[in-house]
Ligand binder design. Structure first.
Ligand SMILES: [Zn+2]
Length: 206
């Protein structure tokens, strides 16, 4: 079924450069987008063509539009505690890929993530949580298979945040739909970790 969505104006490489430049402005205190003009809203009402899709955490300290100094209509964002992939999240990502054609997908975790911390406690200290939270954490715990739990807590947490991002990246790459889309070169997939103290986004190397 052909769709009438406008196409994003950027390639995956250009999209990544825009995110990096936006984060650099944010870190430097030179953000451009405190608000949005009425004309921009009117234009966007006709349709959206975001250049990047971001799966991030619900944490109040990690708002992607602000962190990347992006305006309305630029980023398609999914936020869920611990940036955990689940069926409805996968559906939202698939929508972004097949209908919005965003050329870049970013899975963005963050230092000090409460969901990751809770998942660590569940795995290594058998901590118990309420039922729905348990379900959420079950989506994170398998990411820790290669972690060394004897590391100092701070290092373990740092490694766990990155492992959680890589776990989601792998799940997306290895899903039948993700595999097919990546093989066609429909989009690029990258991981990132936001640093709470500096405001900096660290993009992960493969
Ligand atoms: Zn978090």
């Amino acid at each position: 079924m052909p769709d009438s969505h406008p196409r994003p104006a950027y390639t995956a490489e250009q999209a990544l450069e825009r995110l990096k430049a936006g984060n650099a402005r944010f870190v430097a205190g030179e953000a451009r987008f405190p608000t949005v003009q009425k004309e921009v809203l009117a234009d966007l009402a006709k349709g959206q063509a975001p250049y990047a899709t971001i799966l991030g955490c619900s944490d109040s300290r990690v708002p992607p539009e602000l962190v990347f100094d992006a305006g309305f209509g630029e980023l398609f964002i999914i936020r869920v505690a611990g940036n955990v992939l689940g069926p409805t999240i996968a559906g939202t990502l698939q929508y972004a890929g097949t209908h919005l054609h965003t050329p870049l997908f970013v899975v963005m975790g963050h230092e000090g993530c409460g969901a990751v911390k809770a998942a660590l406690a569940r795995k290594y200290e058998s901590a118990e949580h309420r039922s729905r939270i348990e379900t959420l954490l079950e989506g994170i715990v398998p990411a820790f298979d290669d972690l060394d739990p004897t590391r100092p807590p701070e290092q373990l947490m740092h490694a766990a945040v990155e492992a959680n991002v890589r776990w989601t990246l792998r799940a997306l790459r290895e899903s039948p739909e993700g595999k097919a889309s990546l093989a066609r070169g429909d989009f690029q997939l990258v991981g990132a970790v936001y640093e709470l103290e500096s405001g900096r986004v660290r993009f992960l190397a493969d």
